[in-house]
Write a new protein. Sequence first.
Length: 453
Amino acid sequence: MERKEQMQNYDLIAIGGGSGGLAAAQRAADYGKKVAVIEQGALGGTCVNVGCVPKKIMWEAAGIAHSHAYAKGYGFAAEPVSHDWAALKESRDAYIRRLNGIYASNLAGRNIEVITGSAVLEDSHTVVVAGETYTADEFVIATGGTPSIPNIPGADLGITSDGFFELEQRPQRVALVGSGYIAVELAGMLRALGSDVSLFVRYDSVLRSFDELMQSSVIEALESEGIALHRNSVPAGLASTDAGLVLATGNGQDHGPFDTLIWAIGREPRSRDIGLEQAGIDCDSRGFVITDKYQNTSAANIYAIGDITGCAALTPVAIAAGRRLSDRLYGGMTDRHLNYDNIPSVVFTHPPVGTCGLTEQQARDRFGDDIKVYVSEFVPLFNSMTVSKLKSRMKLITTGSDEKVVGIHLFGLGSDEMLQGFAVAMQMGATRQHFDDTVAIHPTSAEELVTMK
C-alpha cells in the first residue's frame, strides 16, 4: 500500500505505554530514532497501575500482618492491632502517581512523544488517535490485556483485579472466583488483613499449570489461614440481595452473602478495535497476536510484544522482548531475540512460590524416564518459634547423565528472592554437581537447594 504523506512521521511508534511498549520505545530512542508512544491511560500499563507494583505493596502489608501474628513466639506482646486500609490506599496511590511521573520524565528526557488516546491502525504505516493521523516506518503493538468477566447473569455485580485496587475500604466478606496466581494472591492478602475469604475454583486445584508440589503446598497454606476453598465450583450467576451478593454455582448451590466478589478467571488481549485486520495482522482464535521468535507479526513492519501475544504474561518478559526487538531493529544485532525457556516467575502467596523451568510432568513428557527428581520438605527456622509450622517445599528436576537442572520449584519464606540467582545458574546450564559443589549458606532455606540428596 502506498505510504501517505504526513507531517508527523516516526521511525517507531509503540501502541501501548506499558512495560513492553516503553522498553522498546526507550531502547529505540537510545539508538537515535524518532519515537512516539500511544497510551490511552496512565503510563506504566497494568504492572505499574493495577498489577505488579500495587499488588506487591498489598502483599507487603499482608506480610506485616503475618509477622504480628507470629510475634508472640519471639517474645513480643501480641497486642490487638488495627489496620487502616484507606490510609494504605492513599499512600499506595500516591506512590503510583509518582511512578507515572517518573515514566513521563524518562520519556521526555529521550525526546519520545507521548500521544494520549486510543489508537486505530488504518494500514500498516498509519494510525489515528483522537482524529489525528500519524505514520511510522515501524510499529510495535504492546496493548496488553484486560481482566476477563464471565458471561453469566449478574456478572457485572462483581469486580475484577482492577476494581480491587479501587476499593476504598476492605470488604469483610469476600468471594474470589478463579484458580490462577491473581486469585490466590488476592485471597491471601485479603485474609491476612482481616477479611473472611471464600475461593471458588473450577476444578480441584489452584495454579494448575504449576508443578503439583507447588499446587498442594499453596492449597495447604490457603486453608491453614482459614480461606474456604470451594472445588469444582463453576459460577452460574451472581445476584444482589438485602444481605449481600449471592453466587450460584453449576452444581445447584448458592454461596454467600458476600460484600464483594472478585472475578479472577484470567485475562484477555486488548486486540479489539485497534485496526489489526486493516494492518494485515493475524490473531489466533482467542485474539492474541501471532508472532515468531523475533516478535514479527504477519505485517512486515509491525511487531508485537507482551501480554497481547499470549506468551508468558510477565512484566520482565515484555521488557526483555521490547529491548531485544529494538536491539535487532536498530542496534545491528540481527539475531537478537528473547528465549522464552527458563523464565523465572513468582506467585506472591504467603509464603511465596518461585518456579523456573519444567514441571515434573513436563519433564517426564519431554525426557521420559531420563529424569531424576530431588525433593526437600522442612519447617524453616523462622517457624521454629511460631505456632504455625507450615512446611517449605523444594523440588529440583534434572535430566541426562550429567543431571542438568531443568526445573526448580520453591515454596516457602524467601522463595521469591532466592530464585533469581538459581535461575541464572539454570540459564548457564548448571548441573546437579554444580549445585552440590557450591558451599551452603547456613542456616538458610536456600541451602536446601545445594544439599538435597
